[in-house]
Design a protein around this ligand. Structure first.
Ligand code: HEC
Ligand code: HEC
Ligand code: HEC
Ligand code: HEC
Length: 185
């Protein structure tokens, strides 16, 4: 029974990708990036897990700044890249929304924020409002994602010049920002 199931899910993935591409073209722009500050206003209370503060303390929030450092210069030189903070070869994994068309970047979006909430949870323009957010079904339909290992390995892979392997469980624990109120249930 294994083979047909695999075949079916591959077919389904292709169909979904096709449907999404068509949807974006037919229904106007896809969800836009609103920036991490937008999430902060509702996701920074310590009682609910202070997600924003935890993110600012993570390396993801420094991913753009890293590209200006000495190590980045060495990595870039080896690849023939002149300025890592301007080159899409580095930005595509170090900055959320890099390469997205201008109509998908709102005025609050900041490339200097590095890898933000929206790299893992999806661009937020259509789910960040309270009436959508408080209803998980609505939020998911509006683009909210709960990331899994595949989300991480779009960047944590051997195309990263400094890649040393990726252990999902260990790396997830390093960036954990659970809502303690929910964990108690
Ligand atoms: C106006 C307030 C508000 C804003 C702004 C907001 N959220 Fe939320 N969010 C909520 C509420 C309310 C919930 C549901 C209860 C909870 O988990 O705290 C929620 C839940 C979530 C969840 C958990 C979903 C689940 O499976 O339970 C994620 C992830 C999330 N938000 C991400 C974001 C991101 C990323 C942004 C910024 C793009 C954002 N939120 C902006 C209010 C907000
Ligand atoms: C958009 C690309 C991108 C995605 C998606 C992404 N990361 Fe990262 N991650 C990075 C970059 C870039 C760095 C390095 C930042 C720096 O050092 O400046 C990093 C660093 C980290 C670090 C710090 C490593 C260390 O040495 O301490 C952890 C932990 C991590 N990521 C976990 C995750 C997990 C878990 C996921 C998925 C849930 C994920 N990342 C998704 C780009 C990404
Ligand atoms: C495929 C995604 C990807 C690309 C492309 C990428 N990086 Fe990274 N980068 C990462 C991730 C993920 C990390 C954190 C873990 C790791 O090293 O794999 C990281 C970490 C780094 C670090 C910190 C290394 C450390 O050990 O803390 C530097 C410096 C860096 N990258 C520079 C660059 C430069 C310069 C470029 C462009 C020439 C670039 N990266 C392109 C994903 C990427
Ligand atoms: C590197 C990827 C990554 C980034 C960046 C990130 N998250 Fe998450 N987030 C996760 C993962 C992984 C989970 C846990 C998913 C699970 O348990 O299935 C999570 C869970 C959550 C939850 C649910 C917590 C709970 O216990 O119900 C909220 C709320 C949330 N994130 C908000 C945010 C906000 C706000 C930001 C930015 C300030 C952010 N996240 C940045 C990967 C990320």
């Amino acid at each position: 029974m294994r083979r047909p199931i695999v075949g079916l899910s591959v077919g389904l993935a292709a169909l979904l990708a096709f449907a999404c591409t068509r949807g974006a073209a037919a229904d106007g722009p896809a969800h836009a990036y609103v920036g991490a500050e937008k999430c902060k206003m509702c996701h920074n209370s310590p009682a609910k897990g202070a997600q924003f503060t935890k993110w600012t303390e993570s390396k993801h929030a420094k991913a753009f700044v890293t590209l200006a450092g000495e190590e980045a210069k060495k990595v870039a030189a080896a690849k023939g890249v002149a300025d890592p903070q301007k080159d899409p070869q580095c930005l595509r994994c170090h900055v959320t929304g890099s390469g997205a068309p201008a109509d998908r970047l709102t005025d609050k979006y900041k490339a200097t924020d590095g890898v933000t909430c929206e790299s893992c949870h999806g661009p937020g323009s259509d789910y960040w409002k309270m009436d959508v957010m408080k209803d998980l079904t609505k939020a998911t339909a509006a683009g909210l994602m709960m990331p899994d290992e595949k989300t991480c390995t779009t960047c944590h892979n051997s195309e990263s010049p400094t890649f040393k392997g990726f252990d999902f469980a260990a790396m997830k624990a390093k960036i954990a920002h659970p809502n303690p109120a929910k964990a108690a249930k």
